[in-house]
Design a binder for this molecule. Structure first.
Ligand code: URA
Length: 237
């Protein structure tokens, strides 16, 4: 059981004081009965709450899939750039949203935005082996020995060790399109891996996290809430 004002204040743009005012005006009902106090305890799984007749979502956390466009930074706020959290529409927005893992400013694709720190830690920790899948367009062709090297894991010149990857050429050609799956998220990791093979990434897109593909109906800059079933797929190895 949680306090009504605490739950509502954690969901969106209302403060506890706002909730108090709204309750005073009789605008909130709990299970069909007008709430008289803002600190009453409610059961988020079973009780229904309305504001001005509209049902409110009482979920503890939210999980959002964004198709990140180029030029947007993976941060909650920035003084200089537009952030992935700025792209979340009002109906999904709540306090404490952050991107679970960062994509570079020029990388596109799947970013998970949430307010659930424990979940973010779980999917990002390399020891949980949740692979993130990227599509990299390369400047040069990739040899089988390059692939073998990247698949084994490498140590960079600065001593950074990068764990094993799964690498597959999707389209060969002058600028091959290569799928690479990694379970850690070190700084510029994919770019540095291909650089270690004497190559260069000219475009990078994250297409999948765990077993969950980026929804192809989401245009760049669009996002939607992830369902519970999809969340499970995200956690699959
Ligand atoms: N690896 C990179 O180099 N950049 C990203 O944005 C993600 C993974």
């Amino acid at each position: 059981m949680e306090r009504l004002d605490k739950i509502l204040a954690s969901q969106g743009t209302l403060s506890r004081r706002d909730v108090k005012e709204i309750v005073k005006k009789g605008r909130i009902t709990v299970n069909g009965v007008v709430a008289k106090k803002s600190d009453i305890k409610i059961d988020i799984d079973n009780d229904t709450v309305t504001l001005d007749g509209e049902f409110l979502s009482l979920k503890e956390h939210i999980y959002i899939m964004l198709n990140k466009p180029q030029g947007i930074v993976s941060a909650s706020e920035s003084d200089t750039d537009e952030t992935v959290v700025d792209l979340v529409p009002d109906e999904l927005y709540r306090k404490g949203l952050f991107p679970a893992g960062r994509l570079d400013k020029d990388t596109t694709g799947f970013v998970l935005i949430t307010d659930d720190g424990d979940f973010a830690h779980k999917i990002l920790s390399p020891k949980n082996h949740i692979f993130k899948t990227y599509l990299a367009t390369l400047e040069h062709s990739l040899s089988q020995s390059d692939i073998n090297m990247l698949e084994k894991g490498i140590t960079l010149a600065d001593g950074t060790t990068l764990k094993e990857a799964k690498v597959e050429i999707i389209e060969d050609g002058e600028h091959p399109l290569v799928q690479i799956m990694i379970c850690e998220g070190k700084y510029h990791q994919v770019k540095r891996m291909f650089a270690a093979a004497g190559n260069k990434v000219i475009a990078l897109h994250r297409s999948k996290m765990g077993n969950l593909e980026l929804d192809e109906d989401l245009k760049p800059g669009e996002c939607r809430e992830i369902t519970l079933e999809e969340l499970k797929m995200l956690c699959e190895r």
